[in-house]
Write a protein that binds this ligand. Structure first.
Ligand code: NAP
Ligand code: HSE
Length: 431
């Protein structure tokens, strides 16, 4: 059978990881797909730069995107990242009748519906396993393996960089900046690491997963997002004392037909599997109404794990193309446009909470905070005050029972306005 010819856009961490897998595992890939697969052209910014990973004698580097759109390419594999250039390339590739594989969650979160509609109108595959949770096969799992389930709840650690930083701060007491630098050196971080640490990369991935799980389009701008820059070593330590770890969690669930979703640092009981997910690892817990809870765990970032997911998409396309009558369902909902999600208003969410108040150490302060909380129906489960004798600034930490988000927002507004409050209150939900 004819060789499947790949036009690769991007030869960085993931692109070179993919080339390495294709080279090292060629025999097994051919035996599973019945076809040779070869990279013929590689689009980069700097075609003259020497590369550590070889691409094969028959392949060439280019800086011209048009070179991926000719007759000699069957599948365009977009691994360059960013939004505008990637959107233009993928659109042109689909318009030229080429199947596309991408790892670009940022692009899919913003422009997925338009690209899926274009792919469907052309009967082409637009596959994106590597866009969420690196090497973990969560896209295939939601689109196919759990296709018979109503998904009740989805909880994930979806960013390897953020998880690496939190793990290093917790276990090795590294400071934030050093841990971030290490994650960048290891190839986990986005070109703009703010996407990782401010929670946006996790948000992009959650939007992609919500489509697959609920068949609804959740606009990125409506998703509440908080990153890990607000998580201090002090909060990690307090959480530990209460038996919790702090993780950057993506959560979505259906409540009376409405979808409640968020990305935020969250306290997770140390005995839960999610609390034990360390380093660049990700995990996704899915509760289906038939299958019950399942959990997938694996490396969420890095060239080899992500390259493995990209290669799986290329092989799935290859198998589809080998079939007598190829058809590609890219969203798991038959390629029809997805309706917008009915979104649960943020204030209506209910959760347990962690609060750290920074206040002046004088009589009555703790009582007045507790009183404000009681007035708003927030019940305290555990408390600790670490005051030194005559210290002017003490942290007071409360863990609460379940409380409505609107009440939480209101008491923070009140307490942050008190003259005894020295710094803005820190608060995180508890899983
Ligand atoms: P990277 O290491 O920064 O590599 C990007 C590659 O794309 C480089 O080869 C670069 O060329 C090329 N490139 C960038 N912009 C270009 C443009 N406008 N025109 C032509 N070439 C361009 O990025 P990466 O970490 O491999 O990530 C690639 C994609 O995979 C992103 O969408 C990312 O979000 C996603 N992803 C990454 C990981 C991970 O662990 N790193 C995991 C999952 C998904 P030069 O080499 O000449 O600079
Ligand atoms: N920057 C991303 C992360 C890459 O750290 O998870 C994988 O999507």
């Amino acid at each position: 059978m004819k060789t499947l010819r790949l036009g690769l856009a991007g030869f960085g961490t993931v692109g070179s990881g993919l080339a390495k897998i294709l080279h090292e595992n060629r025999e097994i890939i051919v035996s599973r797909t019945g076809r040779e697969i070869a990279i013929t052209t590689v689009l980069v910014r700097d075609a003259a730069r020497k590369r550590a990973v070889p691409i094969g004698a028959e392949a060439r580097f280019t800086t011209n995107p048009d070179d991926l759109l000719g007759e000699d390419i069957d599948v365009v594999v977009e691994l360059m990242g960013g939004v505008d250039a990637a959107r233009s390339l993928i659109t042109r590739a689909l318009e030229s009748g080429k199947h596309v594989v991408t790892a670009n969650k940022h692009l899919l979160a913003l422009h997925g519906p338009e690209l899926f509609a274009l792919a469907a109108s052309k009967g082409l595959g637009l596959f994106y396993e590597a866009s969420v949770a690196g090497g973990i096969p969560i896209v295939q799992t939601l689109r196919e393996s759990l296709g018979a389930n109503r998904i009740e709840r989805l909880t994930g650690i979806l960013n390897g960089t953020a998880n690496y930083i939190l793990s290093e701060m917790t276990t090795n007491h590294l400071d934030f900046g050093t841990a971030l630098k290490q994650a960048q050196d290891l190839g986990y971080a986005e070109a703009d690491p703010m996407l990782d640490i401010e929670g946006f990369d996790t948000a992009h991935k959650l939007v992609v997963l919500i489509r697959l799980a609920y068949g609804r389009d959740f606009p990125l701008g409506k998703l509440p997002v908080r990153g890990i820059t607000q998580v201090s070593g002090q909060d990690i330590q307090f959480a530990r004392e209460f038996g919790y770890r702090i993780k950057l969690l993506a959560q979505a669930r259906e409540v009376d037909g409405k979808i409640e979703a968020s990305v935020q640092p969250t306290l997770v009981k140390h005995t839960y599997l999610l609390a034990r997910v360390g380093g660049n690892y990700n995990a996704v817990r899915v509760e289906g109404n038939a299958v019950g809870p399942i959990m997938l765990h694996g490396q969420g970032a890095g060239g080899a794990p992500t390259g493995s997911a990209v290669m799986a998409d290329i092989m799935a396309l290859c198998r589809g193309l080998n079939a007598p009558c190829a058809s590609f369902d890219n969203t798991g909902f038959g390629n029809t446009p997805l309706p917008p999600a009915d979104i649960l208003p943020k204030g209506e969410g209910v959760s347990m909470h962690y609060f750290r108040f920074s206040v002046t150490d004088k009589p009555g302060v703790l009582a007045s905070i507790a009183h404000t909380m009681a007035e708003h129906d927030i019940s305290i489960a555990q408390a600790v005050q670490k005051g030194e004798h005559q210290s002017s600034d003490v942290p007071i930490v409360f863990l609460t029972h379940k409380a409505r988000q609107s009440a939480v927002d209101e008491i923070i507004r009140i307490i942050d306005g008190l003259s005894v409050t020295l710094r803005p209150t820190v608060h995180f939900p508890i899983l």
